[in-house]
Design a protein around this ligand. Sequence first.
Ligand code: GLN
Length: 368
Amino acid sequence: MYAHASLHTRGIHTHVRWLLITMLAQALFAGTAMAQAAPAAAAPAGKVSPVAPRKEQVQAIVNEAYAKYKGDTRGKNADYIPELAKVDSKLFGIAIVTVDNQTLTAGDVKTAFSIQSIAKVFSLALAMEEQGPDKVFEKIGSEPTGRAFNSPIAVVDMPTHTGNPLVNAGAIATVSLIGGASADAKWAKILNFYGDVAGEKLSLIDAVYKSEAATNTGNKALSYLLAKYDRIYADPFQSVDVYTKECSVGVTALQLARMGATLANNGKNPATGKQVIKPENVPEILSAMMMAGLYDGSGGWAWHVGLPAKSGVGGGLVAVVPGKGAIAVFAPPLDEAGNSVKGQEVIQYVTNRLDYNVFSPASVGLKK
Ligand code: GLN
């Protein structure tokens, strides 16, 4: 299927020419869109160009993934937050936003759903804006727990107790690091920051907030365990409440892809041009996503996909392709670890086809 298939049989000159094409493609694509048109390298209609996937070719891959997984009924909506069990499990949307603000979509990309744990990434970003990466690393850490995202055992067992900013305990502690004269002021600042990352004003889904606030005894227990170890830095229950609000923020798949694209674009929102996150903080944020973005499914994800990503129990999943863009999927049914089943399949399918794996030496949209 790809032009490289007979590389080894064609001799050294072809190899050298191929390397030159690769280098040229890398130069062309450095810092530009994953879906950018490259007329000189246009492939025959219907074929994926080995050197320059064009927008319609990426769209075709997105459409293929949508068709392939639309009928996949594996997984189950989260129901420990009662409101999430009510969300239509057939909803399914895929969105890509590139660093030059191109968008590619399929399905339900304008339906708002609760961001849930994906919020943790952006609270981490805000805490780092305020405190710097070293302080956040010291106060929270970034070690995978190897346990469920809400595990109290991890809090007891981990030497840091907080684990990392993307499990519940670490995320509640991260919220406690964010400054604010009152809980309301802190919450307003967080919501505003998320809006800047998304490039649009976001708001709370009140029914989800109330539903989680009425049932979050486990998170309250985590916050008190953290207090026992001196690893929470503001009032524990107040921190849980702000955390519960941030998880209840409504986003669409398109907004989520734009939030990811802001990270891919060194912290600058590709739609508004606003520098929301300091560029020097982006690598640490992405590294935290790589280590723990899919909780105890993170190792398998790194193995198969090789992209920093973050899931939420609302069914959202976003993966970041540094310097190129982000892909987000919304599909509520989750696997055992709490990650969207269709989300993982689609992102693996699309990014494997485009060879967007940060560990791949050919990660420039080329197939080796
Ligand atoms: N608000 C959810 C909780 O605290 C977030 C969990 C998630 O998305 N994994 O349980």
